[in-house]
Ligand binder design. Structure first.
Ligand code: PMT
Length: 221
């Protein structure tokens, strides 16, 4: 939309998993469905922002009106995010693979007498930390997620400080929570000043609530 409290703002959203190739037919991935990131993109659009959605492979349709940049790997997500700057706000909801296969095979790896292949891994670039680094292109507000399985708030507070983002939305991704792939979630919004726990909300309602908090932040004075 072109009206709304975020009119004139550009929002960059990451969503979904990344796929890191092992060989031409195999990859490393995770259980992110893209439901959350896509819902955030839709809500920011609804609030009047221009939205660039950089997404890994998902079955979620891109909300009509957002600019979708489809990518597969973390390296591609990083390049697409940097190409989308400047942005007023960035929301990193993607479940980016922390590691990629250091040297993907150009040919399908064969089963053979040597036994299973050993996959040497290399660390992927951190998109949230890179977007959060101070510089002329830093979005005024950078929002990350934290996927944790224990001490959720404490770990997320440490992650917020380490990555340099402004806000983090922390979620418990332990087995049974269905944070990955499910239709609702319980999130903790962590800022430099405070941590508050949201009730269980549908992923679209989480998008609306986050867009409202972002609009309030930009329109506070
Ligand atoms: O997609 P859904 O099925 O709807 O599920 C939603 C979700 C569970 C994926 C979402 O709620 C969520 O938690 N997203 C972040 C998942 C994650 O990878 O968290 P993390 O704690 O490993 O990473 C912390 C932050 O750094 C995240 O904002 C992540 O996008 C970012 N990151 C991580 C690694 C990396 N190389 N680059 C990054 O930008």
């Amino acid at each position: 939309g072109t009206q709304g409290p975020l009119k004139g703002r550009h929002a960059l959203v990451t969503s979904g998993p990344t796929h890191e190739p092992i060989d031409p037919v195999r990859y490393i991935a995770n259980r992110s469905s893209g439901k959350q990131g896509h819902a955030i993109a839709a809500a920011l659009l609804q609030a009047g922002a221009r939205v660039t959605l950089v997404s890994g492979p998902t079955h979620e349709p891109a909300p009509a009106g957002v600019t979708l940049v489809p990518i597969e790997t973390a390296a591609e997500m990083m390049a697409a995010c940097q190409a989308a700057l400047p942005a007023d706000v960035a929301v990193c909801a993607a479940a980016v693979a922390d590691w990629r296969v250091a040297t993907p095979s150009g040919q399908k790896i064969k089963k053979g007498a040597g036994g299973p292949p050993a996959l040497a891994l290399a660390e992927n670039p951190d998109i949230l930390a890179t977007l959060s680094a101070v510089g002329p292109n830093r979005p005024a507000l950078v929002v990350g997620f934290a996927a944790e399985t224990e001490d959720v708030v404490a770990h997320a507070q440490a992650k917020r400080a380490r990555k340099g983002c402004d806000w983090i939305l922390a979620n418990d991704v332990s087995p049974g929570t269905q944070a990955f792939g499910g239709d609702s979630n319980i999130l903790h919004l962590i800022t430099a000043e405070a941590a508050s726990t949201w009730p269980r909300l549908s992923k679209p309602d989480i998008g609306t609530r986050l867009a409202g908090a972002i609009a309030a932040h930009f329109n506070k004075d």
